[in-house]
Design a protein around this ligand. Structure first.
Ligand code: APR
Length: 229
């Protein structure tokens, strides 16, 4: 039985209208990531950080899953073997397309985290610095997002899955951010086949056995159709 582990990045949600980070007009060309995506930036100006993520949460609510998300949900449903999506995306478009095995290594826009006690809960549409934690009442509410300098979620379990994978597929990620950028090497070392699906070859494309380029809404459904044939 073939076990598939899929890593997704911003490129899978680009055609749903959610901006990527490093492409032309990407979020990190318009915002200073040090200010909005680091614990230090949040300590300096929590209102600015909440404003940034409130806007992204609103974009996410207004967006709908695209053909790539739907194809991956179909793969999970119809493939004769386990399919796990490890996503760097903080949107919930995989789940809304019907995927149920989705691990959010960089957190989720739909969740809030108390910086004081670690409690997590469903995020309201708009969050503000003085919002009290429902568990400890500290005014320390932050988005449940893994910022630069923080440790991604579930890494030990992810590495276990990569070691057990027969096929590792990376979709819509530029390969700039570790540890996700090294998953291809981790999986290959353990014997998995490796495939990249991206608009253009990523900076780590040479690590993959095969690279297919094009918009996710075209190349992901085509690959899924091939897997299910
Ligand atoms: N179809 C497929 N791929 C696309 C599409 C598309 N329609 N549009 C863009 N891409 C590709 C780009 O070519 C690029 O390689 O998606 C990739 C997006 O790269 P980034 O913007 O760097 O996003 P990502 O790799 O997900 O970023 C990783 O960085 O800032 C952090 O935490 C944030 O999770 C994020 C992490």
């Amino acid at each position: 039985m073939t076990k598939i582990v899929i890593l997704t990045g911003a490129g899978v949600s680009a055609e749903s209208g959610l901006g990527t980070f490093r492409d032309k007009d990407g979020l990190w060309t318009r915002y200073d990531l040090e200010e909005v995506a680091t614990p230090e930036g949040f300590a300096r100006n929590p209102a600015l950080v909440h404003e940034f993520y409130n806007a992204r949460r609103k974009n996410c609510v207004e967006a709908t899953p695209n053909a790539a998300h739907h194809a991956l949900a179909r793969l999970e449903r119809d493939f004769d073997g386990p399919v796990l999506i490890v996503t760097q995306n903080v949107d919930d478009l995989h789940e809304r397309a019907g995927s149920s095995h989705v691990w959010h290594m960089h957190g989720q826009l739909t969740r809030a985290l108390c910086a004081a006690c670690g409690h997590r809960w469903d995020a309201p549409a708009v969050m503000a610095p003085a919002d009290p934690c429902p568990a400890c009442a500290a005014p320390a509410t932050r988005p449940d997002i893994v910022w630069f300098g923080e440790y991604p979620y579930g890494m030990e379990a992810i590495w276990d899955e990569l070691r057990a994978a027969d096929l590792f597929v990376s979709i819509g990620t530029s390969g700039n951010v570790y540890p996700a950028a090294a998953f291809v090497q981790d999986a290959a070392r353990a014997g998995a086949q490796t495939l990249e699906l991206n608009l253009e070859p990523s900076i780590g494309a040479h690590d993959f056995e095969e690279v297919r380029t094009g918009p996710a809404t075209e190349i992901v459904p085509a690959w899924v159709a091939q897997m299910l044939a």
